[in-house]
Design a protein around this ligand. Structure first.
Ligand SMILES: *[C@@H]1O[C@H](CO)[C@@H](O)[C@H](O)[C@H]1NC(C)=O
Ligand SMILES: *[C@@H]1O[C@H](CO)[C@@H](O)[C@H](O)[C@H]1NC(C)=O
Ligand SMILES: *[C@@H]1O[C@H](CO)[C@@H](O)[C@H](O)[C@H]1NC(C)=O
Length: 351
């Protein structure tokens, strides 16, 4: 009897636990630090009584902040803010991958974290005494890992920021990005924590299930350039640390061949280059996801630095496409942790 009353009470409590409204975090693009690397968006984060600009990264699992004593790698860059602590340094040390190809090594630390109006106590993070250069090429101080919780990939198995905000601030287990290019040439964006906001998209969401427990990967039915299907049954995820779209060498080559660019070594990189005067007939690329076509025009695919025009489709290791900024400029993506799915809707271009 007691048990019955208790479970009835628990059920009632669950129903009456109304979720808080979603919270908007303004994002900004930093000036490029290195030629040919466009910066990614960063947003303001308060950790303890200190302020940082962090990349909210769907490909990382850990919150990573450089420590005051860090002088190697990315910590050498001017303008990187470091976290000062008067607490003794923990003996727990780890090395984690960040931002796709980078790394951070350091020790476990805890403090409260405030992002927009959300505030969680005892957020665990990696206080880095060594961090790869990626952080300064992006013009950021730090990384907030938005990877799936309980993946086993976070340093010290720490709960993610999203997990703590869901548990402590009672927001929905969902976040989304709106990125936009504006007629004045500026890029502006927001991260929405706690569910999508209708003002940022038009029409309905197309939802696709996540393919595993640990990543935001989903299936892409097919990829077409113009009217020609060049690949079917691919894996992808929306990577908020990437400016371009990267993918497996074979498929990227097929896309770039049909777009009509030519590989050239420029500095330390190979870029697929276009003649900037002959961009009129570059076809659009369409990703079919959940049976719906998501197309991207050449205006977005072609990157331009001065008189250098090059393809935004680039190689990366592995079998998975990383959909970066120029996909997100067109489509508002919802990372729905509650229902283990991704949602996509046409982004509202201007706000
Ligand atoms: C940090 O981690 C990287 C990658 O795991 C490793 O190559 C490097 O030696 C480490 N640095 C230190 C100081 O432990
Ligand atoms: C966040 O909460 C901590 C207590 O855990 C408090 O000291 C701090 O002032 C709060 N910060 C903000 C920005 O709300
Ligand atoms: C994308 O598809 C829509 C609907 O078919 C069409 O109106 C639009 O022009 C297409 N955009 C590109 C860049 O092909």
């Amino acid at each position: 009897m007691t048990f019955l009353i208790q479970s009835a009470f628990v059920a009632l409590a669950a129903i009456s636990a109304v979720l808080c409204d979603p919270v908007v975090v303004p994002l900004q693009k930093r000036a490029p630090v290195e030629e040919y690397i466009n910066t990614q968006y960063v947003g303001p984060v308060q950790l303890g009584n200190q302020y940082f600009l962090c990349v909210f990264d769907t490909s990382s699992y850990t919150t990573v902040i450089p420590s005051a004593s860090c002088v190697s790698g990315g910590c050498n860059c001017a303008n990187v803010h470091k976290y000062y602590s008067n607490k003794p340094v923990s003996n727990n040390v780890a090395s984690v991958p960040i931002l796709g190809s980078g790394y951070a090594n350091g020790s476990e630390a805890h403090d409260y974290i405030a992002v927009s109006t959300l505030n969680a106590t005892n957020q665990g993070f990696l206080l880095a005494d060594d961090i790869s250069n990626d952080i300064c090429s992006l013009g950021a101080d730090c990384v907030i890992g938005l990877g799936r919780p309980k993946s086993g990939r976070a340093a010290f198995n720490l709960p993610t920021v999203m997990e703590n905000f869901v548990n402590q601030d009672n927001i929905a287990n969902s976040f989304s990005f709106h990125h936009g290019r504006y007629p004045d040439g500026q890029h502006r964006g927001v991260l929405v924590l706690g569910g999508p906001i209708p003002a940022y998209y038009r029409g309905d969401f197309t939802y696709v299930p996540l393919v595993d427990q640990d990543t935001w990967n989903f299936k892409v039915d097919s990829i077409s350039v113009g009217n020609e299907v060049i690949a079917t049954d691919q894996l992808a995820f929306v990577d908020s640390s990437k400016y371009v779209i990267t993918g497996p060498a074979e498929e990227i080559k097929k896309i770039n061949d049909r777009l009509g660019c030519t590989n050239k070594v420029i500095g330390s990189r190979t870029l697929c280059v276009f003649d900037c005067d002959k961009l009129d007939n570059v076809p659009s690329v369409t990703f079919t996801i959940g049976g719906v076509a998501f197309n991207i025009s050449s205006t977005y695919q072609i990157q331009q630095n001065g008189d250098l025009c090059y393809s935004g489709f680039q190689y990366s290791a592995g079998k998975c496409f990383h959909f970066g900024d120029f996909f997100m400029d067109n489509y508002y993506g919802e990372f729905d942790g509650q229902n283990k799915r991704m949602g996509f809707a046409k982004s509202v271009e201007e706000l």
